[in-house]
Write a protein that binds this ligand. Structure first.
Ligand SMILES: Nc1ncnc2c1ncn2[C@@H]1O[C@H](COP(=O)(O)OP(=O)(O)O)[C@@H](O)[C@H]1O
Ligand SMILES: [Mg+2]
Length: 448
Protein backbone atom coordinates (compact mmCIF):
# COMPACT_ATOMS: atom_id res chain seq x y z
CA UNK A 1 0.00 0.00 0.00
CA UNK A 2 1.23 3.45 -0.71
CA UNK A 3 0.13 6.96 -0.11
CA UNK A 4 0.71 9.92 -2.33
CA UNK A 5 1.37 13.24 -0.70
CA UNK A 6 -0.28 16.43 -1.81
CA UNK A 7 1.95 18.09 -4.36
CA UNK A 8 3.27 21.53 -3.68
CA UNK A 9 2.89 22.65 -7.27
CA UNK A 10 0.76 25.49 -8.47
CA UNK A 11 -2.85 24.55 -8.86
CA UNK A 12 -4.03 26.21 -11.99
CA UNK A 13 -7.62 26.96 -11.02
CA UNK A 14 -8.82 28.25 -14.38
CA UNK A 15 -7.74 24.98 -15.97
CA UNK A 16 -9.02 22.58 -13.34
CA UNK A 17 -11.43 21.05 -15.87
CA UNK A 18 -8.57 19.90 -18.12
CA UNK A 19 -7.76 16.26 -17.51
CA UNK A 20 -5.80 15.52 -20.66
CA UNK A 21 -5.60 16.18 -24.38
CA UNK A 22 -8.74 14.16 -25.14
CA UNK A 23 -7.13 12.01 -27.83
CA UNK A 24 -7.96 8.51 -28.99
CA UNK A 25 -5.31 6.69 -31.02
CA UNK A 26 -3.73 10.06 -31.68
CA UNK A 27 -6.94 11.62 -33.02
CA UNK A 28 -8.62 14.41 -31.08
CA UNK A 29 -12.17 13.69 -29.98
CA UNK A 30 -14.41 16.74 -30.43
CA UNK A 31 -15.01 16.91 -26.71
CA UNK A 32 -13.05 14.84 -24.20
CA UNK A 33 -10.96 15.21 -21.04
CA UNK A 34 -12.49 18.67 -20.59
CA UNK A 35 -11.11 19.76 -23.97
CA UNK A 36 -13.20 21.15 -26.80
CA UNK A 37 -12.12 21.86 -30.39
CA UNK A 38 -8.59 23.14 -31.16
CA UNK A 39 -8.19 19.79 -32.94
CA UNK A 40 -4.88 20.24 -34.81
CA UNK A 41 -3.10 21.79 -31.83
CA UNK A 42 -4.24 18.97 -29.55
CA UNK A 43 -3.12 16.31 -32.02
CA UNK A 44 0.24 18.02 -32.41
CA UNK A 45 0.53 18.12 -28.63
CA UNK A 46 -0.26 14.39 -28.60
CA UNK A 47 2.74 13.74 -30.84
CA UNK A 48 4.90 15.81 -28.49
CA UNK A 49 3.72 13.65 -25.57
CA UNK A 50 4.79 10.55 -27.55
CA UNK A 51 8.19 12.08 -28.26
CA UNK A 52 8.63 12.95 -24.59
CA UNK A 53 7.68 9.44 -23.51
CA UNK A 54 10.17 7.99 -25.98
CA UNK A 55 12.87 10.33 -24.67
CA UNK A 56 13.18 12.07 -28.03
CA UNK A 57 12.55 15.67 -26.96
CA UNK A 58 16.00 16.24 -25.53
CA UNK A 59 17.52 19.51 -26.68
CA UNK A 60 14.19 20.76 -27.92
CA UNK A 61 11.31 22.81 -26.64
CA UNK A 62 7.79 23.73 -27.65
CA UNK A 63 6.25 27.04 -28.63
CA UNK A 64 2.51 27.61 -28.46
CA UNK A 65 1.61 30.60 -30.61
CA UNK A 66 -1.87 32.05 -30.82
CA UNK A 67 -4.20 34.88 -29.81
CA UNK A 68 -5.15 35.36 -26.13
CA UNK A 69 -7.73 32.95 -24.77
CA UNK A 70 -7.20 30.25 -27.37
CA UNK A 71 -6.12 27.53 -24.96
CA UNK A 72 -2.32 27.82 -24.97
CA UNK A 73 -2.07 27.40 -21.21
CA UNK A 74 -4.82 24.78 -21.28
CA UNK A 75 -2.82 22.69 -23.78
CA UNK A 76 0.37 22.99 -21.74
CA UNK A 77 -1.55 21.80 -18.65
CA UNK A 78 -2.99 18.93 -20.69
CA UNK A 79 0.48 17.85 -21.84
CA UNK A 80 1.59 17.61 -18.20
CA UNK A 81 -1.56 15.65 -17.33
CA UNK A 82 -0.90 13.22 -20.18
CA UNK A 83 2.58 12.59 -18.87
CA UNK A 84 1.28 11.30 -15.55
CA UNK A 85 -0.54 11.94 -12.33
CA UNK A 86 2.34 13.36 -10.29
CA UNK A 87 4.22 15.10 -13.08
CA UNK A 88 5.07 18.63 -11.95
CA UNK A 89 3.70 21.58 -13.86
CA UNK A 90 4.97 25.04 -13.20
CA UNK A 91 3.74 28.16 -14.93
CA UNK A 92 5.50 31.50 -14.92
CA UNK A 93 5.11 34.60 -17.04
CA UNK A 94 8.14 35.93 -18.89
CA UNK A 95 7.82 39.24 -17.03
CA UNK A 96 8.06 37.48 -13.65
CA UNK A 97 11.79 36.91 -14.03
CA UNK A 98 12.43 40.61 -13.38
CA UNK A 99 12.19 40.46 -9.63
CA UNK A 100 13.98 42.91 -7.42
CA UNK A 101 15.17 40.20 -5.08
CA UNK A 102 16.69 37.65 -7.38
CA UNK A 103 18.75 37.50 -10.54
CA UNK A 104 16.79 36.59 -13.68
CA UNK A 105 18.71 33.38 -14.11
CA UNK A 106 18.07 32.44 -10.49
CA UNK A 107 14.30 32.87 -10.97
CA UNK A 108 14.49 30.69 -14.07
CA UNK A 109 16.69 28.13 -12.35
CA UNK A 110 14.26 27.87 -9.43
CA UNK A 111 11.31 27.51 -11.81
CA UNK A 112 13.18 24.84 -13.73
CA UNK A 113 13.90 22.85 -10.60
CA UNK A 114 10.29 23.17 -9.44
CA UNK A 115 9.41 21.45 -12.70
CA UNK A 116 11.52 18.37 -12.01
CA UNK A 117 9.98 15.85 -9.66
CA UNK A 118 11.69 13.20 -7.60
CA UNK A 119 9.49 10.27 -6.69
CA UNK A 120 10.84 8.85 -3.47
CA UNK A 121 10.15 5.38 -2.14
CA UNK A 122 10.65 5.10 1.56
CA UNK A 123 9.99 2.42 4.12
CA UNK A 124 8.77 3.72 7.44
CA UNK A 125 7.65 2.07 10.64
CA UNK A 126 4.02 2.73 11.45
CA UNK A 127 1.56 1.69 14.12
CA UNK A 128 -1.58 0.72 12.32
CA UNK A 129 -4.93 -0.42 13.63
CA UNK A 130 -8.49 0.35 14.59
CA UNK A 131 -8.75 2.56 17.66
CA UNK A 132 -10.46 0.30 20.20
CA UNK A 133 -9.91 2.54 23.18
CA UNK A 134 -8.81 6.13 23.61
CA UNK A 135 -8.16 8.01 26.81
CA UNK A 136 -6.84 11.54 26.56
CA UNK A 137 -5.55 13.12 29.74
CA UNK A 138 -6.02 16.86 29.94
CA UNK A 139 -4.15 19.38 31.98
CA UNK A 140 -4.31 23.12 32.53
CA UNK A 141 -2.58 25.40 30.05
CA UNK A 142 0.64 26.73 31.65
CA UNK A 143 -0.12 30.35 30.75
CA UNK A 144 -3.87 30.37 30.39
CA UNK A 145 -5.79 28.95 33.33
CA UNK A 146 -9.08 28.96 31.39
CA UNK A 147 -7.78 26.53 28.85
CA UNK A 148 -7.30 22.80 28.99
CA UNK A 149 -4.67 21.16 26.86
CA UNK A 150 -3.89 17.50 26.30
CA UNK A 151 -1.05 16.17 28.37
CA UNK A 152 -0.85 12.59 27.19
CA UNK A 153 -3.01 9.83 25.78
CA UNK A 154 -3.46 6.11 26.02
CA UNK A 155 -4.55 4.58 22.79
CA UNK A 156 -5.41 1.00 22.02
CA UNK A 157 -4.91 -0.15 18.42
CA UNK A 158 -6.39 -3.37 17.14
CA UNK A 159 -5.70 -5.45 14.04
CA UNK A 160 -7.17 -8.82 13.15
CA UNK A 161 -4.19 -10.45 14.81
CA UNK A 162 -3.09 -8.19 17.62
CA UNK A 163 -4.14 -5.51 20.06
CA UNK A 164 -1.66 -3.10 21.52
CA UNK A 165 -1.80 -0.20 23.95
CA UNK A 166 0.40 2.82 23.28
CA UNK A 167 1.11 5.68 25.60
CA UNK A 168 1.80 8.89 23.72
CA UNK A 169 2.86 12.40 24.69
CA UNK A 170 1.16 15.75 24.35
CA UNK A 171 1.98 16.49 20.72
CA UNK A 172 0.48 13.23 19.46
CA UNK A 173 -2.45 13.64 21.84
CA UNK A 174 -3.04 17.07 20.35
CA UNK A 175 -2.95 15.60 16.84
CA UNK A 176 -5.44 12.93 17.82
CA UNK A 177 -7.83 15.64 18.93
CA UNK A 178 -7.06 17.89 15.98
CA UNK A 179 -7.84 15.14 13.49
CA UNK A 180 -10.94 14.11 15.34
CA UNK A 181 -9.73 10.57 15.91
CA UNK A 182 -12.29 8.48 17.77
CA UNK A 183 -13.04 4.90 18.65
CA UNK A 184 -13.67 2.82 15.54
CA UNK A 185 -11.32 4.83 13.29
CA UNK A 186 -8.50 3.11 11.46
CA UNK A 187 -5.34 5.18 11.80
CA UNK A 188 -1.61 5.17 11.22
CA UNK A 189 0.87 6.70 13.60
CA UNK A 190 4.33 7.03 12.12
CA UNK A 191 6.82 5.70 14.62
CA UNK A 192 9.53 8.24 13.95
CA UNK A 193 7.58 11.45 13.52
CA UNK A 194 4.30 10.72 15.29
CA UNK A 195 2.45 11.91 12.22
CA UNK A 196 -1.12 10.62 12.17
CA UNK A 197 -3.13 9.55 9.14
CA UNK A 198 -6.80 8.76 9.48
CA UNK A 199 -7.80 6.17 6.90
CA UNK A 200 -11.52 5.97 7.72
CA UNK A 201 -14.09 4.17 9.83
CA UNK A 202 -13.51 0.49 10.47
CA UNK A 203 -16.08 -1.76 8.77
CA UNK A 204 -15.87 -4.26 11.62
CA UNK A 205 -16.51 -1.61 14.29
CA UNK A 206 -19.49 -2.57 16.41
CA UNK A 207 -20.32 0.76 18.02
CA UNK A 208 -23.23 3.03 17.10
CA UNK A 209 -23.89 3.13 13.36
CA UNK A 210 -25.42 6.08 11.58
CA UNK A 211 -27.67 6.03 8.55
CA UNK A 212 -25.46 8.53 6.82
CA UNK A 213 -21.73 7.92 7.22
CA UNK A 214 -19.70 10.67 5.66
CA UNK A 215 -16.47 8.81 6.26
CA UNK A 216 -14.92 6.12 4.10
CA UNK A 217 -15.28 2.59 5.35
CA UNK A 218 -12.08 0.58 5.55
CA UNK A 219 -11.45 -3.01 6.64
CA UNK A 220 -9.64 -3.78 9.85
CA UNK A 221 -5.89 -4.08 9.18
CA UNK A 222 -4.22 -7.45 9.49
CA UNK A 223 -0.81 -8.48 10.88
CA UNK A 224 1.05 -6.85 13.75
CA UNK A 225 0.24 -3.32 14.89
CA UNK A 226 3.81 -2.14 14.31
CA UNK A 227 4.89 -2.71 10.73
CA UNK A 228 6.95 -1.35 7.86
CA UNK A 229 5.09 0.39 5.08
CA UNK A 230 6.20 1.76 1.78
CA UNK A 231 5.55 5.46 1.34
CA UNK A 232 5.77 6.98 -2.10
CA UNK A 233 5.79 10.71 -2.43
CA UNK A 234 6.95 13.25 -4.92
CA UNK A 235 9.01 16.31 -4.15
CA UNK A 236 10.74 18.63 -6.57
CA UNK A 237 14.43 19.33 -6.96
CA UNK A 238 13.62 22.82 -5.70
CA UNK A 239 12.08 21.40 -2.51
CA UNK A 240 15.25 19.43 -1.95
CA UNK A 241 17.41 22.49 -2.73
CA UNK A 242 15.50 24.50 -0.13
CA UNK A 243 15.78 21.78 2.47
CA UNK A 244 19.48 21.25 1.88
CA UNK A 245 20.06 25.01 1.89
CA UNK A 246 18.23 25.70 5.14
CA UNK A 247 19.98 22.81 6.88
CA UNK A 248 23.32 24.34 5.89
CA UNK A 249 22.23 27.97 6.21
CA UNK A 250 21.79 28.04 9.96
CA UNK A 251 19.87 30.65 11.88
CA UNK A 252 20.73 33.55 9.64
CA UNK A 253 18.53 32.26 6.87
CA UNK A 254 15.69 31.73 9.31
CA UNK A 255 15.58 35.38 10.24
CA UNK A 256 16.43 37.11 7.01
CA UNK A 257 14.71 36.87 3.68
CA UNK A 258 11.47 35.11 2.88
CA UNK A 259 11.74 31.46 2.07
CA UNK A 260 11.15 31.94 -1.63
CA UNK A 261 13.27 35.02 -2.07
CA UNK A 262 16.57 33.39 -1.41
CA UNK A 263 19.29 32.65 -3.83
CA UNK A 264 20.47 29.08 -3.68
CA UNK A 265 24.21 28.65 -4.07
CA UNK A 266 25.33 26.37 -6.93
CA UNK A 267 27.11 23.93 -4.62
CA UNK A 268 23.83 23.25 -2.78
CA UNK A 269 22.26 22.29 -6.09
CA UNK A 270 25.24 20.14 -7.00
CA UNK A 271 24.91 18.30 -3.70
CA UNK A 272 21.20 17.75 -4.25
CA UNK A 273 21.86 16.40 -7.74
CA UNK A 274 24.50 14.07 -6.39
CA UNK A 275 22.17 12.85 -3.67
CA UNK A 276 19.29 12.27 -6.07
CA UNK A 277 21.52 10.36 -8.48
CA UNK A 278 22.63 8.19 -5.60
CA UNK A 279 19.00 7.45 -4.69
CA UNK A 280 18.24 6.62 -8.32
CA UNK A 281 21.21 4.25 -8.48
CA UNK A 282 20.08 2.60 -5.27
CA UNK A 283 16.59 2.22 -6.68
CA UNK A 284 14.85 4.32 -4.02
CA UNK A 285 13.95 7.26 -6.25
CA UNK A 286 12.93 8.10 -9.79
CA UNK A 287 13.31 11.39 -11.58
CA UNK A 288 10.15 12.74 -13.20
CA UNK A 289 10.81 15.58 -15.60
CA UNK A 290 7.75 17.82 -15.59
CA UNK A 291 6.65 20.81 -17.58
CA UNK A 292 8.00 24.34 -17.25
CA UNK A 293 5.53 26.64 -18.96
CA UNK A 294 6.61 30.19 -19.72
CA UNK A 295 3.78 32.46 -20.75
CA UNK A 296 4.42 35.81 -22.53
CA UNK A 297 7.71 34.46 -23.83
CA UNK A 298 8.41 37.71 -25.69
CA UNK A 299 8.99 39.35 -22.30
CA UNK A 300 12.11 37.22 -21.82
CA UNK A 301 15.37 38.92 -22.70
CA UNK A 302 18.45 37.67 -24.50
CA UNK A 303 20.09 36.54 -21.28
CA UNK A 304 17.03 34.52 -20.29
CA UNK A 305 16.91 32.92 -23.71
CA UNK A 306 20.51 31.85 -23.59
CA UNK A 307 19.86 30.37 -20.14
CA UNK A 308 16.94 28.40 -21.59
CA UNK A 309 19.05 27.29 -24.53
CA UNK A 310 21.60 25.82 -22.12
CA UNK A 311 18.82 24.35 -19.97
CA UNK A 312 17.40 22.45 -22.93
CA UNK A 313 20.80 20.85 -23.41
CA UNK A 314 21.35 19.89 -19.81
CA UNK A 315 21.07 16.42 -18.39
CA UNK A 316 18.36 17.23 -15.86
CA UNK A 317 15.87 19.33 -17.77
CA UNK A 318 12.10 19.64 -17.71
CA UNK A 319 10.03 19.95 -20.86
CA UNK A 320 10.11 23.64 -21.71
CA UNK A 321 6.95 25.07 -23.26
CA UNK A 322 6.85 28.72 -24.28
CA UNK A 323 3.71 30.62 -25.22
CA UNK A 324 3.26 33.85 -27.07
CA UNK A 325 0.60 35.99 -28.66
CA UNK A 326 3.08 38.42 -30.22
CA UNK A 327 4.07 38.46 -33.87
CA UNK A 328 7.35 39.93 -35.09
CA UNK A 329 8.99 42.04 -32.43
CA UNK A 330 12.32 42.99 -30.89
CA UNK A 331 14.22 40.47 -28.80
CA UNK A 332 14.30 42.18 -25.44
CA UNK A 333 17.73 43.50 -24.54
CA UNK A 334 18.82 43.72 -28.21
CA UNK A 335 17.95 45.57 -31.43
CA UNK A 336 17.29 42.33 -33.24
CA UNK A 337 13.83 41.90 -34.73
CA UNK A 338 12.67 38.32 -34.66
CA UNK A 339 9.46 36.27 -34.86
CA UNK A 340 7.71 36.40 -31.42
CA UNK A 341 10.75 38.26 -30.07
CA UNK A 342 12.56 34.95 -29.73
CA UNK A 343 16.18 34.69 -30.94
CA UNK A 344 16.59 32.55 -34.05
CA UNK A 345 18.92 29.98 -32.47
CA UNK A 346 16.23 29.26 -29.87
CA UNK A 347 13.42 29.28 -32.43
CA UNK A 348 15.37 26.66 -34.35
CA UNK A 349 14.98 24.28 -31.46
CA UNK A 350 11.28 24.85 -30.83
CA UNK A 351 8.48 22.79 -32.27
CA UNK A 352 5.75 25.31 -32.95
CA UNK A 353 2.06 24.66 -32.42
CA UNK A 354 -0.44 27.36 -33.35
CA UNK A 355 -3.83 27.80 -31.73
CA UNK A 356 -6.75 29.46 -33.50
CA UNK A 357 -9.74 31.49 -32.39
CA UNK A 358 -12.77 29.56 -31.27
CA UNK A 359 -16.14 29.45 -32.99
CA UNK A 360 -19.25 30.54 -31.07
CA UNK A 361 -20.21 26.89 -30.66
CA UNK A 362 -16.82 26.03 -29.13
CA UNK A 363 -16.92 29.03 -26.79
CA UNK A 364 -20.35 27.92 -25.64
CA UNK A 365 -19.13 24.38 -24.95
CA UNK A 366 -16.13 25.59 -22.98
CA UNK A 367 -18.25 28.02 -20.95
CA UNK A 368 -20.62 25.17 -20.17
CA UNK A 369 -17.75 23.04 -18.90
CA UNK A 370 -16.41 25.91 -16.79
CA UNK A 371 -19.89 26.61 -15.38
CA UNK A 372 -20.19 22.99 -14.31
CA UNK A 373 -16.70 23.10 -12.84
CA UNK A 374 -17.46 26.24 -10.82
CA UNK A 375 -20.94 24.97 -9.91
CA UNK A 376 -22.69 27.89 -11.58
CA UNK A 377 -26.18 27.21 -12.93
CA UNK A 378 -26.94 29.14 -16.14
CA UNK A 379 -30.20 29.57 -17.97
CA UNK A 380 -30.07 28.90 -21.71
CA UNK A 381 -30.31 32.66 -22.47
CA UNK A 382 -27.58 33.44 -19.95
CA UNK A 383 -25.30 30.96 -21.72
CA UNK A 384 -26.16 32.51 -25.10
CA UNK A 385 -25.46 36.01 -23.81
CA UNK A 386 -22.19 34.95 -22.24
CA UNK A 387 -21.15 33.19 -25.46
CA UNK A 388 -21.76 36.39 -27.39
CA UNK A 389 -19.65 38.29 -24.86
CA UNK A 390 -16.94 35.67 -25.29
CA UNK A 391 -16.97 36.22 -29.06
CA UNK A 392 -16.79 39.97 -28.72
CA UNK A 393 -14.16 40.12 -25.96
CA UNK A 394 -12.34 36.91 -25.12
CA UNK A 395 -13.09 33.47 -23.85
CA UNK A 396 -11.14 34.19 -20.71
CA UNK A 397 -13.15 37.33 -19.91
CA UNK A 398 -16.43 35.47 -20.41
CA UNK A 399 -15.28 32.57 -18.24
CA UNK A 400 -14.22 34.95 -15.50
CA UNK A 401 -17.72 36.44 -15.39
CA UNK A 402 -19.33 33.15 -14.32
CA UNK A 403 -18.88 33.38 -10.56
CA UNK A 404 -19.55 37.15 -10.31
CA UNK A 405 -22.80 36.62 -12.25
CA UNK A 406 -23.74 33.94 -9.77
CA UNK A 407 -23.25 36.39 -6.92
CA UNK A 408 -25.69 38.80 -8.58
CA UNK A 409 -28.22 35.97 -9.03
CA UNK A 410 -27.87 34.86 -5.41
CA UNK A 411 -28.43 38.40 -4.17
CA UNK A 412 -31.70 38.39 -6.04
CA UNK A 413 -32.62 35.15 -4.35
CA UNK A 414 -32.10 33.00 -7.41
CA UNK A 415 -30.20 29.79 -7.97
CA UNK A 416 -29.87 30.10 -11.70
CA UNK A 417 -28.02 32.88 -13.47
CA UNK A 418 -30.21 34.66 -16.03
CA UNK A 419 -29.31 36.75 -19.08
CA UNK A 420 -30.07 39.89 -17.02
CA UNK A 421 -27.46 38.92 -14.42
CA UNK A 422 -24.89 38.44 -17.17
CA UNK A 423 -25.74 41.82 -18.70
CA UNK A 424 -25.51 43.48 -15.32
CA UNK A 425 -22.11 41.97 -14.63
CA UNK A 426 -21.00 43.05 -18.12
CA UNK A 427 -21.58 46.67 -17.14
CA UNK A 428 -19.70 46.28 -13.85
CA UNK A 429 -16.49 44.72 -15.10
CA UNK A 430 -14.52 45.98 -18.04
CA UNK A 431 -12.75 43.76 -20.52
CA UNK A 432 -9.20 44.60 -21.50
CA UNK A 433 -10.18 46.59 -24.55
CA UNK A 434 -12.59 48.76 -22.56
CA UNK A 435 -10.22 49.42 -19.70
CA UNK A 436 -7.32 50.37 -21.95
CA UNK A 437 -9.50 52.60 -24.14
CA UNK A 438 -10.82 54.28 -21.02
CA UNK A 439 -7.31 55.04 -19.81
CA UNK A 440 -6.24 56.23 -23.25
CA UNK A 441 -9.14 58.69 -23.33
CA UNK A 442 -8.32 59.80 -19.80
CA UNK A 443 -4.67 60.35 -20.71
CA UNK A 444 -5.70 62.42 -23.72
CA UNK A 445 -7.87 64.59 -21.50
CA UNK A 446 -5.03 65.08 -19.04
CA UNK A 447 -2.84 66.44 -21.84
CA UNK A 448 -5.34 69.13 -22.89
N1 LIG B 1 -9.89 23.83 -26.16
C1 LIG B 1 -10.28 24.08 -24.91
N2 LIG B 1 -11.07 23.21 -24.26
C2 LIG B 1 -11.48 23.47 -23.00
N3 LIG B 1 -11.14 24.56 -22.31
C3 LIG B 1 -10.37 25.48 -22.92
C4 LIG B 1 -9.89 25.27 -24.23
N4 LIG B 1 -9.15 26.34 -24.59
C5 LIG B 1 -9.15 27.17 -23.54
N5 LIG B 1 -9.87 26.67 -22.54
C6 LIG B 1 -10.13 27.33 -21.24
O1 LIG B 1 -10.45 28.69 -21.53
C7 LIG B 1 -9.77 29.59 -20.67
C8 LIG B 1 -8.79 30.48 -21.46
O2 LIG B 1 -7.82 29.69 -22.10
P1 LIG B 1 -6.22 29.82 -21.87
O3 LIG B 1 -5.64 28.46 -21.94
O4 LIG B 1 -5.94 30.61 -20.65
O5 LIG B 1 -5.82 30.66 -23.15
P2 LIG B 1 -4.41 31.32 -23.53
O6 LIG B 1 -3.38 30.69 -22.66
O7 LIG B 1 -4.24 31.00 -24.97
O8 LIG B 1 -4.56 32.78 -23.28
C9 LIG B 1 -9.08 28.72 -19.65
O9 LIG B 1 -9.95 28.53 -18.56
C10 LIG B 1 -8.88 27.42 -20.41
O10 LIG B 1 -8.74 26.32 -19.53
MG1 LIG C 1 -2.43 31.67 -21.10
Amino acid sequence: MSIKSELGFIRVGAHSHIRGLGLKDGKALIKADGMVGQIEAREAAGIIVELIKQGKMAGRGILLAGPPGTGKTAIAVAIAKELGEDVPFIAIAGSEIYSSELKKTEVLMQAMRKAIGVRIHEFRKVYEGMVSDLDIKMTRHPYNPYQQIPESAKIKLKTKNEERTLTVGSSIARELIGRGVGIGDVIWIEAETGRITKLGKCKEYEGPKYDIEAEVQVPMPTGPVLKEKEFIYTVTLHDLDMRMHSSSGGLFSLFFGGREEREIPPDVRQNVDKLVKKWVDEGTAEIIPGVMFIDEASALDIEAFSFLGRAMESELAPIIILATNRGITKVRGTDIISPHGIPLDILDRLMIITTRKYSAEEIKEILQIRAREEKVKLSEEALETLTKIGEETSLRYAAQMLTPAQIIAKRKGRDTVTAEDVKEIRTLFADVKQSSEYLKKYEAEMLK
